[in-house]
Design a protein around this ligand. Structure first.
Ligand code: NAD
Ligand code: UDP
Length: 323
């Protein structure tokens, strides 16, 4: 397996759906930094213009306001299609389940068609949620998952599972060069303070001097990856010659209670919690097996939890100061 040198791709064009979102806006920046031209599409359903505002005026960057679940056309050559658009936080996708299902289904078709017509490499942002509430720990790509197909999270989990299936069908039926990245919990600057995910929730609460909202006692585990590590893994996967799904995440696992303690330590405060019930179908454990990413992409995370959290807190301090 090999990963193409990014210097060979200067001047190529990448389309990024959901480009105004948290992870996708960092990917857009990375592609521009490597000399690509980027066309970002977003309808701002969960993303925000401020994430890409600083790129407006860059001659290599174009933004199109577009719901990618509706059909769309792109003029000129396209070399990469990154299908990143989808609500991603449990409070978002539970509020807009149909839009979430469409982002995995209709929008996947539209983005795959674009890749097929243009002869582009296609990469879809899948998720560790395809493993559901896992019975195998840590989760390797060969695990098929334990998903409740009718639960409140199913609009997201099943949409992503469908997105993977339609991706493989385009690869097999049309020969499209497709990539599937299974993203594990990622954090960093540009997350929304109110998106309900545990990282902005606990940091926001610490900044406001409020107790941390601990769901189900906090014994469930997650493994948090800093956004620049994820983007590096995504870009390497897009340049690789594998078509198999690849987990990208940080195997540094902790309970949510330990995560709360770590945030309290960064703020030099005592951990105070407000206990709340566990949301339905909340996975009890999650940790990526990254053997494939190491083997195929020569990728592993390099940003330590403490460094990543410190950078994220600094970002949120700025957001709170301007609210
Ligand atoms: P985000 O909500 O910040 O970004 C998603 C972007 O997609 C937003 O800007 C949103 O407005 C846009 N979007 C959604 N539906 C759209 C549509 N129909 N048309 C156009 N734009 C649309 O979320 P994120 O955390 O940056 O996630 C990005 C991608 O990575 C998602 O596909 C998500 O499922 C996946 N992912 C993220 C994580 C994580 O921990 N952040 C984990 C697993 C998977
Ligand atoms: N969580 C919590 N308090 C919060 C938000 C989340 O205890 O205010 C828990 C949630 O129940 C889950 C974990 O933290 O077990 C991670 O939640 P998040 O929404 O960030 O990601 P996901 O559930 O998608 O992994």
């Amino acid at each position: 397996m090999s990963v193409k040198d990014s210097a060979l791709l200067r001047g190529k064009t990448a389309v990024v759906t959901g480009g105004a979102g948290f992870v996708p806006s960092h990917l857009v920046e990375r592609l521009l930094a490597d000399g690509l031209k980027v066309i970002a599409l977003d309808n701002f359903v969960t993303g925000h213009r401020r994430n890409i505002e600083h790129l407006i005026g860059n001659p290599d960057f174009q933004f199109i306001e577009q719901d990618v679940s509706e059909s769309f056309e792109i003029e000129g050559p396209v070399d990469f299609v990154f299908h990143m658009a989808s609500p991603a936080s449990p409070i978002d996708y539970v509020k807009i389940p149909l839009e979430t299902l469409k982002a995995g289904s209709y929008a996947s078709h539209n983005a795959l068609e674009l890749a097929r017509v243009k002869g582009a490499t296609y990469l879809v942002a899948s998720t560790s949620e395809v493993y559901g509430d896992p019975e195998i720990h840590p989760q390797p790509e060969g695990y098929w998952g334990n998903v409740n197909p009718v639960g409140v999270r199913s609009c997201y989990d099943e949409a992503k599972r469908y997105a993977e299936a339609v991706t493989m069908a385009y690869h097999r039926a049309h020969g499209v060069d497709t990539k599937i990245v299974r993203i594990f919990n990622t954090y960093g600057p540009r997350m929304r303070l109110d998106d309900g995910r545990v990282v902005p929730a606990f940091i926001g609460q610490a900044l406001r001097g409020e107790p941390m909202t601990m769901f189900g006692g906090g014994g469930q585990t997650r493994s948090f990856c800093y956004v620049s590590d994820l983007v590096e893994g995504i870009w390497k996967l897009a340049r690789s010659n594998t078509n198999d799904p690849v987990n990208i995440g940080n195997p540094h696992e902790m309970t949510i209670y330990q995560f709360g303690e770590a945030i309290a330590r960064h703020f030099d405060i005592e951990l105070e919690v407000e206990n709340r019930p566990m949301p339905p179908d909340d996975p009890k454990v999650r940790k990526p097996d990254i053997a494939r990413a190491k083997d195929v992409l020569h990728w592993e995370p390099v940003v330590s939890f403490d460094d990543g959290i410190a950078r994220t807190i600094e970002y949120f301090r700025g957001v709170v100061a301007t609210v």
